[in-house]
Design a binder for this molecule. Sequence first.
Ligand code: KIV
Length: 306
Amino acid sequence: MIYKNDRDDSLYSYLKVLYVHLPAVTLKGKIMSVAKRDLEDNRKVTTHRLMEMKQRGEKISMLTAYDYSMAALIDQAGMDVILVGDSASNVMAGNTTTLPITLDQMIYHGKSVMKATKRALVVVDLPFGTYQGNSKEALASAIRVMRETHADCIKLEGGSEIKESVERILCAGIPIMGHLGLTPQSINKFGTYTVRAREEAEAEKLIKDAHLLEEIGCFALVLEKIPAALAARVASELTIPVIGIGAGNGVDGQVLVMHDMLGINQGFSPRFLRRYANLAEDITRAVQAYIEDVKTLDFPNEKEQY
Ligand code: KIV
């Protein structure tokens, strides 16, 4: 990967002209392969384009967002997929699980993100209890999300158990991203957030479910917190893109929760999480400086008033 600040101009022009065909560059002592992507491609990301990315071996970047301002920054930074995850229940609403968030609340977040997003594909999670009951209810939930948020597609957790719902929603022309492995809406069944599918029986079921979701027409699949070797096997067997979170690097892309990777959420440190910023510290420092300036009459100064 070439980072904007690391590239030199001549290399950048060369990459643009050749549509990026460098085999590798050395960055911080590591050999990192250069992604085959047009660095200035501002075309809208579609489900079809994600499939093309898998076919040419370009990894897919995906990150959650729940509001207008953050979605605008993430989209402008060049993210391929923005997930309006039901993790909003945790990081936005302060719940301990994803279960309490409602369809109305997901639609509120979806609408905000859609207003800001121009390029990324936007996926909205169907929340717990809005699609497991029966396929009619599932379709009604999916239609509300698509009609009211204008999102590109939805994500559902589960395999064979939700087959009918998936089929019915797909029949209505709504693209679906599947989600297997540690599916947080089933946390009460699992009883723990530990790695899933370490045992053979669960791994076999996951492989079967992944094939089923591809066969019935899902355009992509998220695999959460499963052994890297299992995830790599699923990604190599499926033709649709497989996006991992805590599933190693043998998959077609990665997804993280924005609050975790930006270091806003301090109390969550699973092994798979890489922090790219420490915003909790930055925000605390900024807020404390503001408090200090207010208390000492340093703010506002003469130039900051009318
Ligand atoms: O809701 C969410 O953020 C998710 C990701 C963890 C994949 O589903």
